[in-house]
Design a binder for this molecule. Structure first.
Ligand code: KMH
Ligand code: ZN
Length: 307
């Protein structure tokens, strides 16, 4: 069996409570879905926090603390804390959890960009919470800020916390940003990159674009990097599988995709993980265990976190 890193992004900050009743909101539910995802085969779990009553994305470290300590106490999955946060947060709020919990992995978004969710608003007539349409509409004017100065700050905070950056590349130019930082010794080997595809503002989720991302990263980083792929929406499984067959990892989860198949919502993150594991096995692949993932990515180990 060949191994691949299977990431599960449990709740995120893109989908809102009206969009799916299965999207976990409360810390206990986010944690439980993450634990179930690891038990279903996820190597890592990528975690955002939400306000338990309204579901609005939050940078509150007490809420994040409850989520990650529950996960950490119940399973050995590698915990990746977001520093992308939500559209309602400053860069400072987005990174606050890293020095606090010193996770093994944390996301780091590689460039400033449009990050547009507003087209989805017209699909819904009624909303569970007033903040939802306002938050989504607001993305029309939103610039997802990740300047080189921000990247420098984030890399330093991560270095001080023993946390490896999981670099999120939303377009080809972001790979060059990452290489610029690598060349200046701000990043260490193996550089770990997620190709994020299908966000309005970034590269579309198609196989030719995925090949171009990989060829560009190969040319820049040679054998000094590892990659995985996120495809937002219905292309999650097709591009996750392509990524795996190209030698990379895959990310599934309700953060990026609410659908198990056309017309059928995923009832949990574990269902999405389970489907990716089934597809992988058909091709002779098996997800890397959390400990195998630690070895592959050269992580510090689960006993070195503060959760
Ligand atoms: N929500 C995804 C498109 C982050 O949390 O840092 C990318 C992401 C970013 O997961
Ligand atoms: Zn995220």
């Amino acid at each position: 069996m060949k191994k691949f890193i299977l990431n599960c992004a449990v709740t995120g900050a893109i989908h809102t409570p009206t969009m799916a009743p299965y999207l976990p909101i409360k810390p206990r539910d986010i944690a439980q879905q993450a634990i179930d995802a690891v038990n279903a085969g996820a190597s890592t779990v990528h975690v955002h926090a939400r306000d338990p009553e309204t579901g609005i994305p939050t940078g509150d470290i007490n809420i994040m603390g409850e989520i990650v300590s529950r996960i950490h106490s119940k399973c050995d999955g590698v915990i990746c804390i977001t520093t992308g946060g939500g559209m309602n947060m400053t860069v400072e709020q987005r990174i606050a959890s890293v020095p606090e919990f010193k996770p093994e992995l944390a996301s780091c978004n590689l460039g400033s960009m449009n990050f547009a969710l507003f087209p989805v608003v017209e699909k819904f007539k009624e909303w569970k919470h007033d903040w939802e349409p306002a938050y989504l509409e607001g993305s029309k004017e939103f610039i997802f800020r990740n300047t080189f100065k921000d990247l420098e700050t984030i890399f330093q905070v991560m270095k001080d916390s023993g946390t490896k950056p999981e670099l999120e590349a939303y377009d080809v130019g972001h790979l060059h940003n990452a290489f610029f930082c690598f060349d200046r010794q701000l990043l260490t080997e193996p550089v770990y990159i997620q190709f994020v595809m299908g966000i309005l503002g970034g590269i579309d989720a198609t196989i030719p674009h995925l090949l171009h991302m990989k060829q560009t990263a190969d040319a820049l980083f040679k054998d000094k990097y590892l990659f995985s792929t996120i495809a937002a929406g219905r292309n999650e499984f097709a591009l996750g599988t392509t990524s795996m067959l190209l030698g990379g990892g895959a990310r599934v989860g309700l953060e990026d995709n609410l659908w198990l198949e056309k017309g059928k919502m995923a009832k949990s993150n574990a269902e999405l993980v389970d489907k990716m594991v089934r597809i992988a096995r058909e091709f002779g692949y098996e997800p890397a265990s959390p400990d195998e993932t630690r070895e592959i990515l050269n992580l510090k180990g689960r006993n070195q976190v503060n959760m």
